[in-house]
Design a protein around this ligand. Structure first.
Ligand SMILES: [Mg+2]
Length: 388
């Protein structure tokens, strides 16, 4: 099999960078996106690199961020603006390959194996992409290049911001094996502790462990991390129009039991997934909410709808209802939203009250057009932050 060329692009401090781009006064300052008032409830969506120096990072409650960085510039999430920038960036990717898998608004895998004859090596394609993003969108990205998805993603994270890291068969052992086990895709805090307990601290340690004992201790996950530690990952880059589901999750920096912070986070997740849904011209008929408690017990609840939806107001109300139906008040470690049963085009509904539905959809679409034109009204976002 021909060796693949995979590029992972990850924008640097994306939301904060867009705000700094649009307001030069913010350049060089600690900018924290998540809410205009850090004394209120909410969670940090993105912190600029200047803010990270004070220990502020995403998924941290705003109040904690404010303690660490009281002089920071606190701004609300302006999703409309980030979506515009994201669209522009994804259009640039499409010039180089149709095999683009978007992971979130600011992160994507590109399979450029077939593009090399046309555009040159994967390195020169990656440089061209960074150049175009810089010139046309005025933002910075970090790049990872390798022969599979796991290594490309790992590489893009090694030298942020403005990273440009290539992991090849030649430097694989030197670059990857000394890294801590938590860099392996799928190794969370709990598994990291378990691995450390049996003396496995680095990726190289996993590679030289016995597959048999890894399988015995971790089952399929053991097999999975063993393969990754040897640089084996055959997962294809799946362009999003073929995606079966669109999901996003957030792991909190500290466990959260404040419902308003959880609602605000749920809203941020819905904004991201619903944008990606609409961007791929899809509707969904199933919404799933995932909650992982501090004790690591994880629950998924899903609802299958009688009709297809794609507006964030509709998706949020389903997600919120699901969340309320099973959240029991314990501290939460992770929260996620996934949309599935995707359809490329909305199926015409023949119903008794078809006319009513059509009217509703027309209204919703008009609202969406307004939102695209003028930005999302604050009232929608406020619901994620304030008590109903
Ligand atoms: Mg990023």
């Amino acid at each position: 099999m021909k060796e693949r060329s995979i590029i992972h692009v990850d924008m640097d401090a994306f939301y904060a960078a867009v705000e700094q781009r649009d307001n030069p006064e913010l350049k060089g300052k600690p900018v924290i996106i998540g809410g205009p008032d850090p004394t209120k409830r909410g969670v940090v969506a993105t912190a600029s690199y200047e803010a990270r120096q004070f220990g502020v990072h995403s998924a941290m409650p705003l109040r904690e961020a404010y303690k660490r960085c009281p002089h920071g510039v606190y701004l609300p999430v302006n999703m409309h603006k980030y979506q515009q920038a994201s669209k522009h960036i994804f259009n640039i990717f499409q010039k180089f390959t149709p095999l683009v898998e978007n992971i979130s608004l600011d992160e994507a895998f590109l399979d450029v194996t077939g593009s090399r004859s046309l555009f040159g090596s994967s390195k020169s394609i990656a440089r061209e992409i960074i150049d175009q993003i810089d010139k046309e969108v005025n933002l910075a990205a970090s790049i990872g290049i390798s022969y599979n998805k796991f290594l490309a993603k790992l590489a893009s994270d090694l030298d942020k911001p403005k990273g440009f890291v290539v992991v090849s068969a030649d430097n694989f052992y030197e670059v990857v094996h000394p890294l801590p086990v938590k860099r392996v895709w799928g190794v969370g805090k709990k598994m990291e502790q378990q691995l450390r307990a049996v003396g496995l601290k680095t990726i190289g340690d996993i590679a030289s462990a016995s597959l048999f004992s890894l399988k015995q201790q971790f089952g399929l996950a053991g097999e999975h991390i063993y393969a990754l530690s040897h640089g084996i990952d055959n997962r294809p880059v799946i362009p999003n129009r073929e995606a079966k589901s669109i999901g996003r999750e957030t792991t909190f920096s500290v466990d959260i039991s404040d419902r308003d912070v959880l609602y605000a986070t749920l809203m941020q997740l819905v904004e991201d997934v619903s944008f990606r849904l609409r961007n791929s011209n899809c509707w969904c008929q199933c919404v799933t909410v995932k909650i992982r408690y501090a004790c690591f017990n994880t629950y998924n609840r899903q609802t299958t709808l009688s009709q297809q939806i794609n507006l964030e107001t509709e998706i949020y109300s389903e997600a919120r209802e699901l969340f309320d139906s099973f959240y029991d008040g314990q501290p939460v470690r992770l929260i996620g939203v996934t949309l599935s049963h995707l359809k490329a085009e909305k199926e015409k509904q023949v119903e008794l009250f078809g006319w009513e539905n059509e009217k509703k959809q027309a209204l919703a679409e008009a609202a969406d057009r307004l939102r695209t034109k003028y930005g999302k009204p604050l009232v929608v976002r406020a619901r994620g932050i304030k008590k109903d």
